[in-house]
Design a protein around this ligand. Sequence first.
Ligand SMILES: C[S@@+](CC[C@H](N)C(=O)[O-])C[C@H]1O[C@@H](n2cnc3c(N)ncnc32)[C@H](O)[C@@H]1O
Length: 327
Amino acid sequence: MPALVLVRTVSGLEWLAAEEVVAAGHRVVEMSKRQLIVEPTSEVLIEQPPRVADDLFEVHGLAPDPGRSKAGLVDAVRLALQAAPADRGAFAVSASFVGARTFNRFDVEDRVGERIARLTGGRYHSRRHGVAPPDERSEWRVVLDGKTLWIALRPYAVPLHRRTWRRRTVQGSLHPPVAAAMARLARLAPGYDVVDPFCGAGTLLLEAHALESRARYVGLDRDPAAIEAAQENGSTITWRRGDAAYLTTPADRIVTNPPWDRRVHIGDLRPYIRRWHRSLRPGGLLVAILAAHQVGQLARGWQVHARHEIAVAGQHPAIVVAGPSRS
Ligand SMILES: C[S@@+](CC[C@H](N)C(=O)[O-])C[C@H]1O[C@@H](n2cnc3c(N)ncnc32)[C@H](O)[C@@H]1O
């Protein structure tokens, strides 16, 4: 079992990933932008990783962040990585850092890649010249977070956010860890009727089902191609063709990702929002991921319990948790 695990998250969801990790019995020792450092209490963290996490890596080395200079970087990498698991196969390195530096990410990747190749006998594939590394490879992750230089290895063949259930996507399909976060925010319970009136390829309900399999799920979309994609992604859920403006299914939870008016057009959301208001049972909750300009449309008749700004795929939507107001 690794002593420390580096968990990467979507920006704005660090706290929720931390909550999930702690609920599973592990200890979060540090939390910073897009990242948690976790002390696992068992292998279970690797075998059943947090679904809100974007990716997860086992830490093999760390050193104080060397700051701006390239010479400092060379020393820090040597200090951080004294040993690595022998593996003569192909590997790649991906690096990120915060703050101004006199080196770029490729300098970091190549420095660490050369060090790992020397220690393990593996074949390093640099990304510096835009050549994609082979699919069959190990992936190392380096982060300079301003305090520490972390060098870590992904224990999986593919990134954690890539779900085995996902065979198809549609225009605007949601990043699965964001869907997992929304499912957690919905506080699902056995027997609940959970509806997604803009289900697309079904990401939200499939992640919700992974979290709470004893609720009843119905996904609607007006596009037959989306319903077909959702059916291919998961047959445990009822997928129906229909218009969200005519939603009549009573629901304990509406969990949804309407179009943000960028790639998929929707216009005024208020007629849909009025429908959701009527469909929700007493005590019901809406968890919606909305573009910034859409959030204000929830104004009348709703009590907004929480609003979480996130950054995903170059966008800055908000996850809104709201219920019909009593007055
Ligand atoms: C942003 S996508 C949802 C993506 C989905 N969360 C996923 O991960 O695949 C929005 C979906 O709303 C659907 N849609 C647009 N207008 C609709 C309407 N009036 N009623 C039902 N679905 C609609 C589109 O066909 C599209 O699949």
